[in-house]
Design a protein around this ligand. Structure first.
Ligand code: ME8
Length: 526
């Protein structure tokens, strides 16, 4: 369970060839929820995201747009990628760009170390390259083109023709690490997750690894190879290093020792880079391998991965403009089992918004606050003796908090949400069964009415804490409305681990009016 430990979580750093779509936002939100959860558990948490700006793909995009790659990257970072973080309410601690000086100098340091230790040699290479993936493709990922690419070899992911590259390159002796990697997967079953991803990686490595080409000399948009400035570092080798350069690898007085190793959240498309190449690089440098690599599933459109290059991307603002950032965050994490693929549908989003957020959680909060206002002039009542049905709620809350914490540790974010939602459902049922409106008709029931509403309002207190990593805006409003800030302090300072303990909201606190947390959405008029 999370407690006082160092916890460092990362997203991939995204290519700046285009603006983000909801697939990128999905990764960001997942990592952010886990980071916020750990922060609220008292862990020494650090969350990193950023952008991948070197390589041929960015160079070609910039050239096609009549500008330099750096200017293009600056524009995309400022106008698209940083605004994405605002749109979906990401509380990242750092944002790294591979064009940052702090990154480039540490990449050179790392590479020099591998070179000095004999892990790098010069050689000739000829193979089919996909600029979309920025990768030499193995036979298993090459397919025959169709339509306009009939007769050509294309990338199975991008469906675009591969290019035959023949260059003198520097190579990393990755083949030396086959056995050590297999031992790592064996000794630490959690190293690659979910299980399907782990199996895929093991199967791949068992076939034996080839050495990896880690430099390019046919263009110069990249980090210069320190001992040969006619080469730039291969974009993936450069990009993977962001996870350590951002926390100050090789710099004086940096946080590297304190933060590293990290939990990497990535899409399954880039699993092998993270679960094979990256740990091999770290082993060669004598550094600790990551704590975990978790490969989540894809958002699909028409059964295929949503993608920038296939123009099937949906901009996150298309959703947040109507439903808000909290609903965006909730929906993707609740509707799709983390680790599996899922399809986005407007119908499903609307239905869940209405049923779970507006009617389930939002309505529960509104009615409880309204009843405390109406029957107790807005003052949280003192509970009298608890009956079995009240105690059952205490148990539900405690269990939900524990289960959710365990689920987040396993990165089963959807399970954590399902556990927390048992509180919403049980509290709604409790209120229906307890009928506070009927109790209020007879002053002889005042003590019982107070107990019921205290139980309900303290249940809301627990929900505000447990849901704050997912629904930061709605839970903040609820916290304020409960008057909890006065009695208990800021919501962000509440500890997840303590949230399930019943009875923390001080009786006598004053609740204030609560506007609908998830307002009804009027259908757009065609
Ligand atoms: O690969 N569903 O960057 P990238 C879910 N720069 N997630 C998706 C998705 C989809 N349809 N489409 C994209 C790169 N993603 C490299 C990474 S890291 C050292 C370098 C998300 O811009 C998912 O996280 O192509 C995926 O792995 C990532 O975006 C790829 O982003």
């Amino acid at each position: 369970m999370a407690s006082g430990n160092s916890f460092y979580i990362t997203t991939p750093i995204f290519y700046v060839n285009d603006a983000p779509h909801i697939g990128h936002a999905y990764t960001e939100v997942a990592a952010d929820v886990v980071a916020r959860w750990h922060r609220q558990s008292g862990d020494d948490t650090w969350s990193l995201t950023g952008t991948d700006e070197h390589g041929e793909k960015i160079l070609r995009t910039a050239t096609a747009n009549g500008t330099t790659p750096k200017k293009w990257a600056d524009k995309l970072v400022t106008e698209a990628w940083k605004p994405l973080l605002e749109t979906i309410d990401i509380a990242n601690d750092d944002f790294i760009r591979t064009t940052d000086e702090r990154h480039e100098s540490s990449v050179q340091l790392f590479l020099q170390r591998l070179y000095d230790d004999g892990y790098i040699y010069s050689g000739e290479y000829e193979a089919l390259y996909c600029v979309g993936c920025e990768e030499f493709k193995p036979q298993s990922e090459i397919v025959n083109g169709t339509g306009q690419f009939e007769g050509q070899k294309v990338c199975a992911i991008h469906s675009k023709p591969l290019e035959l590259l023949k260059e003198k390159n520097y190579f990393f002796r990755m083949s030396d690490f086959t056995e050590r990697l297999l031992a790592l997967y064996e000794e630490r079953p959690d190293f690659v997750q979910p299980e399907s991803a782990r199996n895929e990686v093991i199967q791949f490595v068992r076939q034996g690894l080839s050495d990896l080409s880690i430099s390019r000399s046919s263009f110069d948009w990249g980090v210069k190879v320190p001992w040969d400035d006619s080469h730039v570092v291969y974009v993936w080798f450069d990009a993977l290093l962001n996870y350590i350069t951002a926390v100050g690898y090789g710099q004086e007085g940096a946080d590297f020792e304190r933060r590293w190793p990290a939990t990497h959240i990535v899409g399954k498309d880039i699993l092998r880079f993270h679960a094979v190449i990256w740990p091999a690089m770290l082993m060669a440098a004598g550094l600790e391998v990551p704590k975990q690599v978790f490969g989540h599933g894809w958002l699909l459109v028409g059964g295929e991965k949503m993608s920038k290059s296939k123009l099937t991307g949906i901009a996150p603002t298309e959703i947040t403009d109507t439903f808000g950032s909290d609903a965006f965050r909730y929906y993707f994490l609740r509707a799709i089992a983390f680790g599996q693929d899922g399809s986005f549908s407007w119908e499903d989003l609307s239905a869940r918004y209405q049923a779970e957020l507006a009617n389930g959680f939002g309505n529960l909060a509104s009615r409880v606050v309204a009843m405390v206002t109406k029957y107790f002039d807005g003052v949280v009542p003192t509970p009298a003796d608890y009956t079995d049905i009240d105690m059952a709620i205490h148990t539900v809350v405690a269990k939900a908090a524990e289960d959710a914490d365990r689920a987040i540790d396993a990165l089963a974010i959807h399970d954590a949400l399902a556990s927390i939602w048992t509180i919403v459902d049980e509290l709604n049922g409790y209120i229906t069964d307890s009928e506070p409106w009927a109790l209020a008709k007879d002053p002889a029931n005042a003590a019982r009415l107070g107990t019921v509403l205290y139980t309900a309002v303290d249940g809301l207190r627990a929900l505000a804490v447990l849901l704050s990593p997912v629904l930061p805006k709605a839970t903040e409003k609820l916290w304020e409305s409960l008057g909890a800030a006065d009695g208990l302090g800021a919501l962000v300072d509440q500890r997840i681990r303590d949230a399930g303990q019943f009875g923390q909201l001080p009786a006598g606190s004053t609740v204030s009016a609560l506007q609908a947390l998830f307002p009804r959405i009027e259908p757009a008029i065609a």
